[in-house]
Design a protein around this ligand. Sequence first.
Ligand code: SF4
Ligand code: SF4
Length: 191
Amino acid sequence: MNSSRGRIITDCQEIAALAVAREVENMTFRTYLKQLPLTSETLDGLVQELTGRVTAQIDCTQCANCCRCIHPLLDAADVVECTAGLQMPVEKFEEVYLEPWGDEVGKYAFRELPCPFLKQQHCINYEHRPANCRAYPYLDKRGFVFRLWGVIDNYGICPIVFNVYEQLKAELREGFVAWVEYGDGNWMWGD
Ligand code: SF4
Ligand code: SF4
């Protein structure tokens, strides 16, 4: 069997399956990262370097999986921005497309998933998309080590996150494997 390690994977179905298969490994790696004697800034630097490398090899216009799977959150400024692009009154936009998000006052999500503005793999309101959409998948935000639950959630959805997390494991593999073997040894590195 060919190992899936070490190559860039962009197939979202393959990534979703690998996310299930590597769930324990990913949780274990999260714990490893939390105890590494690296500063948060050093880890951020490494993640940003890997993100640059991976992003250069992935075409988001051929993917759009985030627009199919994730509800971006919108605030009032996002609503104004979106309606400017669509040339639609705010009240109409809210009525047709939005619903309140949980208990958070002033936060909304699109009613539909996939996003109603995704047409044939493209965002028809791209220049006026919400800030959440611009920032996704958040890998250039500071404090990667403090956001690892979110990273693992996105690992099975976003090819950029998947490949960056995999490359991070590869970069730190020697120490990671030694740390696991020194610990309970319950988890084995697979294909
Ligand atoms: S950000 Fe991730 S999920 Fe979204 S289109 Fe790009 S690669 Fe796909
Ligand atoms: S607004 Fe555009 S970028 Fe954001 S989820 Fe919808 S289609 Fe994707």
